[in-house]
Design a protein around this ligand. Structure first.
Ligand SMILES: NC(=O)c1ccc[n+]([C@@H]2O[C@H](COP(=O)([O-])OP(=O)(O)OC[C@H]3O[C@@H](n4cnc5c(N)ncnc54)[C@H](OP(=O)(O)O)[C@@H]3O)[C@@H](O)[C@H]2O)c1
Length: 250
């Protein structure tokens, strides 16, 4: 039986996949700090989860991952309030709409700052703690979009490819110290991020995605495609030679 997670941090938890991961963990009896910028959404979510559970297990923490300097202190404060930490999930992410002929450094910088640097900043704090304790779980929500450089949103693909490589490096550093590092590559999940997009293949609910993500973390998987059938697609997409891939509109 995989170990249950009892104390966790979810960064980017006011909506979508992160909110569903938080709810899932609390349903399993874990104490969870849920972080994001939107205070009203975060408090409403935590109140609903705690009322449903009948005890205060969800702790709302308002935070913008771009405020990097606050992260070491906030990490310490949260681990003290939780009385420990088993796992960190980084789900915060942005994907602004980018026109096919648009090249915006501001949008690109935002995606790298939130999706990549934000993840590194939180994972660095968790790595220091988990390495010292020889245990813990680090989980990054990447994307199938990081498996290749897609034409639709170059910086988004880049932000997720960077996260994949970063997590692989952390896994190689920390695996020998008893810390698991899991890269999650979701396909399409029905959240604010995919709102208004039509014809998306194998779309699943955030709750279903959260169940699979928490299970992958509990089983200490290296990489999990969510749902699993995307693994085959990812393998095929990664093996297409560049001279063919650049002709495909994906
Ligand atoms: N939906 C999909 O099909 C899909 C597929 C593959 C991967 N993903 C990835 O899954 C993750 C979750 O996305 P989602 O689909 O659940 O969309 P979502 O509902 O828009 O969730 C994004 C979360 O990130 C938080 N966030 C954004 N900027 C932040 C910042 N500066 N500081 C702190 N938190 C911030 C948002 O909270 P606030 O706005 O309150 O800060 C929100 O809680 C993302 O990393 C996304 O790239 C999604």
């Amino acid at each position: 039986m995989p170990d249950k997670i009892t104390k966790a941090i979810v960064v980017g938890a006011s909506s979508g996949i992160g909110a569903a991961i938080g709810e899932r963990l609390v349903t399993q009896g874990a104490q969870v700090a849920l972080l994001a910028r939107r205070e009203e959404e975060l408090y409403a979510l935590c109140n609903r989860i705690n009322e449903h559970r009948g005890e205060d297990l969800a702790l709302p923490v308002v935070h913008d991952v771009r405020e990097r300097k606050t992260i070491p202190g906030l990490f310490q404060d949260i681990t003290t309030r939780l009385g420990g930490l088993d796992a960190i999930f980084f789900t915060a992410g942005v994907m602004p709409h980018v026109e096919p002929d648009e090249y915006s450094t501001d949008k690109d910088a935002l995606m790298i700052e939130v999706n990549t640097i934000g993840a590194m900043a939180w994972f660095n704090e968790a790595s220091k703690r988990f390495e010292r304790l020889n245990k813990g779980r680090i989980v990054g929500i990447s994307s199938i979009a990081g498996d290749r450089g897609r034409r639709r949103n170059p910086a988004y693909s880049t932000s997720k490819a960077a996260m994949n490589t970063y997590l692989e490096s952390l896994r190689n550093r920390l695996g020998v110290k008893g810390v698991s590092v899991t890269t999650i590559k979701p396909g399409f999940v029905d959240t604010a991020m995919t709102k208004g997009m039509s014809g998306l293949l194998w779309m699943i609910s955030p709750e279903k995605a959260a169940g699979k993500i928490v299970r992958a973390a509990e089983k200490k998987k290296n990489t999990a495609y969510v749902p699993g059938q995307w693994r085959l697609v990812g393998t095929i997409i990664r093996s297409i030679p560049s001279f063919l891939f650049k002709r495909l509109n994906i």
